[in-house]
Design a protein around this ligand. Structure first.
Ligand code: ATR
Length: 275
């Protein structure tokens, strides 16, 4: 039986075990998938221990994605673009590959919802990305690759948005402060405000002009950002559950020689369980 885990703090709430076991089931595989609570001081030792003691692969969530990028021995291009890692794969002899499937997971979920709402594809859309931390960094490259017409990164600390934009030499990328937000077809919430029980202050007209508002976090009830979007007239308000399952599917494929599970079937199951 292959052994997997997800490292994070907190981690008790993580849906990753449930999602990964559903994927395994689709292919008749029986895997073990755990939750591993870690800390910044212990993270490197915890990862090394896991792979020394039979671990095949792991997911990495808040707050360890950038630390994971620093400690792996090999990285994929998308991990290097993000400067962060959400997927680890053991290669034996202490070698660990770090990948980042977050951005492609977001793109897959956005595409599905845009098609469902019959409002075209990502290509040609203008996007406003709120936040420039670890979560935001992982999605810039894949959004550009998906053909967006303009991507503006807005952040409370404007210099961090400027740094992020400078990592990509792409004329479609721009940055701004939170006080000068441009209208966009798609608004993506990638800050950690919700974790701190806070909310962003955003102008109402932005929601009305957007075809889709997406919060990369998720929870049992709509986030403050999604409440703002719905209250101000955006027709398509979505949380990050789909992204969570889509990024997990890509991690699963990495660990299982390219086997790509049916992520929509798992999203449907999770939504049914939560209602
Ligand atoms: P994550 O990995 O979740 O992205 P992070 O790297 O610590 O976490 O980044 C947190 C992001 O949320 C940053 O963009 C941060 O803005 P700053 O760079 O100015 O710190 C943003 N953020 C956190 N709390 C915020 C708040 N109260 N208002 C606006 N932005 C906030």
């Amino acid at each position: 039986m292959a052994l997997f885990t997800v490292f994070g703090s907190p981690i008790a709430h993580s849906l990753s075990p449930q999602i990964q076991l559903e994927f395994a089931d689709q292919f008749g595989l029986v895997n073990e998938y755990r939750r591993s609570l870690s800390s910044p001081g212990r993270f490197a030792a915890d990862v090394a221990y896991f792979f020394r003691h039979g671990g095949s692969g792991a997911n990495v969530t808040v707050p360890f994605k950038q630390q994971a990028y620093q400690l792996v021995t090999h990285t994929t291009l998308r991990a290097r673009q993000a400067g962060a890692v959400n997927t680890l794969m053991g290669r034996g002899a202490g070698q660990v590959l770090g990948d980042n499937t977050d951005g492609l997971g977001l793109v897959a979920d956005l595409r599905w919802h845009l098609a469902k709402a019959q409002v075209g594809d990502l290509s040609g859309k203008t996007v406003l990305l709120l936040g420039a931390g670890g979560a935001a960094r992982g999605v810039v490259g894949p959004l550009l690759d998906a053909g967006v017409a303009r991507l503006t990164v807005a952040n409370r600390t404007e210099a961090k948005a400027a740094d992020l934009v400078d990592r990509f030499a792409d004329s479609r990328l721009a940055y701004c402060s939170m006080n000068e937000l441009p209208a966009a077809d798609i608004i993506i919430q990638a800050t950690s405000v919700a974790l701190q029980q806070q909310a962003l202050t955003l102008p109402a007209n932005l929601a009305a002009q957007a075809v889709l508002c997406y919060d990369m976090s998720y929870g049992a009830t709509p986030t403050k950002f999604l409440q703002w979007a719905a209250a101000n007239g955006c027709a398509n308000c979505l949380d990050g559950l789909g992204m969570l399952v889509e990024q997990a599917a890509l991690s699963f494929a990495l660990w299982h020689d390219g086997l790509l599970p049916d992520s929509r079937a798992v999203i449907t199951k999770l939504l049914e369980r939560n209602t």
